[in-house]
Design a protein around this ligand. Structure first.
Ligand code: G4P
Length: 195
């Protein structure tokens, strides 16, 4: 998505350790007009798919998922992160081991809001090693819902998540795939810039 790639080049900041800061428009301050274009693009890419629910994970996924959902006319359910071991109530759970943050947490979603009748599109802001997305996929599986695909705003193509998820046969649409980033110059190369 050219508009997004241009914005990443203009306002993204490359930090050490392969971290891309996009706080000014994506995951701290949020540019809602850009989010609307992102919503339209996901709608276009998943045209014809029978999606009745969008599933995301707190925190940064929620804002994007809400705007995207306006183009699908479906509700958003967000999976909650919890440190509590004793999870009460009727919930699906999974365990996420974040490689980026070096921490483990449980994720939960109520059985009231996800079940076998659902056709789910996963939405998230970033895909790095994919631990968060794999957790969401596990939750969908446990619920008996159908996974229609996953939409990611920025995929870090030099990390393993994207390949792992595509290799599972899951339809993964990333609007911008960063192939490489240079800390010194701030240069960002996207996957389709290379072909
Ligand atoms: P992981 O397996 O390496 O942990 O990667 P995963 O794809 O699950 O992403 C883990 C978290 O790291 C996500 O947020 C994701 O948004 C964030 N992240 C990964 N790489 C980058 C990056 O280069 N830039 C930015 N800005 N974020 C990145 P999270 O910890 O789940 O938290 P939240 O921000 O959604 O609350």
């Amino acid at each position: 998505m050219q508009l997004l790639k241009d914005r990443i080049r203009k306002d993204g900041i490359v930090r050490e350790g392969g971290v891309l800061k996009v706080d000014s428009f994506l995951n701290h301050q949020m540019d809602i007009e850009l989010f609307e274009e992102i919503g339209k693009e996901f709608r276009r890419r998943f045209e014809g798919e029978e999606i009745n629910k969008i599933l995301t994970i707190e925190a940064s996924g929620i804002g994007i998922a809400c705007i995207v959902a306006q183009y699908f006319h479906v509700p958003v359910v967000f999976v909650k992160k919890t440190k509590t071991k004793n999870i009460a109530g009727d919930v699906y759970t999974s365990r996420v081991e974040s490689y980026t943050h070096g921490r483990v947490y449980d994720i939960i979603v109520s059985k009231d809001f996800l079940g076998p009748e659902d056709k789910v599109l996963l939405i998230d802001d970033f895909l790095a090693n994919g631990c968060a997305l794999l957790g969401l996929i596990d939750i969908v599986k446990k619920s008996g819902a159908t996974l229609e695909g996953a939409g990611i705003v920025i995929e870090k193509g030099f990390q393993t998540g994207g390949k792992q998820i595509r290799d599972m046969g899951i339809r993964l649409e990333s609007l911008a795939i960063v192939e490489s980033m240079d800390e010194e110059s701030g240069e960002i190369v996207f996957r389709d810039d290379k072909v």
